[in-house]
Design a protein around this ligand. Structure first.
Ligand SMILES: O=C(CO)COP(=O)(O)O
Ligand SMILES: O=C[C@H](O)COP(=O)(O)O
Ligand SMILES: [Zn+2]
Ligand SMILES: [Zn+2]
Length: 309
């Protein structure tokens, strides 16, 4: 099976109120851990590559690794550009064989965001590639941008309607209180579900995307900190909230931080327990296993996409 677009995946997910996990990939072990989990769970998958991942791994390597994963697993897999910041990077990824791109022009004005997104949609659709765009701004750290809480803005439902109509975008990333990274809430976690429902009502049939959707499971933070890490006060989006979002039109759930924490916890533990270990296979291996277990948990218990393939 070749790489696929997310179109048919989202249609079913939208209708049946589950979501597809979009997991960030940066190297072979991360890809293998995620794909092994999806294989065991018989789930479709979105593997996404950020600008930082492209810089780190070189897109040629990542593309070949993802192709190997497709060949090895036989799963329906979408290769997606995460947070493309310009038309040029989106075009490059379309030309490189990605099946889905995100244009994140959310830091521009509303009108500019529409114009840039529309241009990407025209190019991508002409090449059979689907497009995600972002309206509103999430707080937190992305590779190129660090948005402070004060600069974050929630998505406006009326603007969402106008944006989707004018751009023809396939999926819309919305800002309802999530943020990137491991420090999402200072007090009680809280998402604006009334806003999510209002947006969904304005753009019926358009799948929405939840960025910054890691749960930051306390047991993994604890292991990191127990073995020399310093990640105090980390907090993510409770799993019940992710499930609730999937019931209101969110079809794609972006997860990176939870993979980072799982892998780091396993490697820190391995190093602490066996200081003689200097064989990368013997610490990256446990890291890969930890990613597999994390993704299995997400697919089965949070996203609800098991058994579809
Ligand atoms: O949104 C993300 C990637 O686009 C990742 O979000 P997390 O930092 O919550 O994992
Ligand atoms: O959007 C944020 C993702 O977690 C990707 O992170 P990155 O830009 O550091 O690769
Ligand atoms: Zn953004
Ligand atoms: Zn994101």
């Amino acid at each position: 099976m070749p790489l696929i677009t997310s179109q048919s995946l989202f249609e079913k997910a939208y209708e049946k109120d589950y979501a597809i996990g979009a997991f960030n990939v940066n190297n072979m072990e991360i890809i293998q851990g995620i794909v092994d989990a999806a294989k065991e769970e018989r789930s479709p998958l979105i593997l996404q590559v950020s600008a930082g991942a492209r810089k780190y791994a070189n897109p040629i390597y990542l593309k070949k690794l993802v192709e190997a994963a497709v060949e090895d697993s036989g799963l329906p897999i979408v290769l997606h550009l995460d947070h493309g910041e310009s038309f040029e990077i989106c075009k490059q990824c379309v030309d490189d064989g990605f099946t889905s791109v995100m244009i994140d022009a959310s830091h521009h004005t509303f009108e500019e965001n529409i114009a840039i997104t529309k241009k990407v949609v025209e190019y991508a659709h002409a090449h059979g590639v689907v497009v995600e765009a972002e309206l509103g701004r999430l707080a937190g750290v992305e590779d190129a941008v660090n948005v402070s809480a004060a600069d974050a803005t929630y998505t406006d439902p009326d603007q969402a309607q106008e944006f989707v109509e004018k751009t023809g975008v396939d999926a819309l990333a919305v800002a309802i209180g999530t943020s990137h990274g491991a420090y999402k809430f200072k007090g009680e976690p809280n998402l604006d579900f009334a806003r999510l429902k209002a947006i969904a009502a304005k753009i019926p049939g358009t799948p929405m995307v939840l960025h910054g959707a890691s749960t930051v499971l306390p047991e993994f933070v604890k292991i990191c900190n127990q073995y020399g890490g310093q990640i105090p006060g980390a907090q993510g989006v409770p799993e019940t909230m992710i499930r609730e979002a999937a019931r209101h039109g969110v079809c794609k759930v972006n997860i990176d931080t939870d993979l980072r924490l799982a892998m780091t916890a396993a490697i820190r533990k391995e190093f602490a327990e066996d200081p003689t270990n200097f064989d990368p296979r013997k610490y990256l291996g446990p890291g890969r296993d930890a990613i597999r277990e994390m993704v299995k948990h997400k697919i089965r218990n949070v996203l609800g996409s098991s058994g579809l393939v």
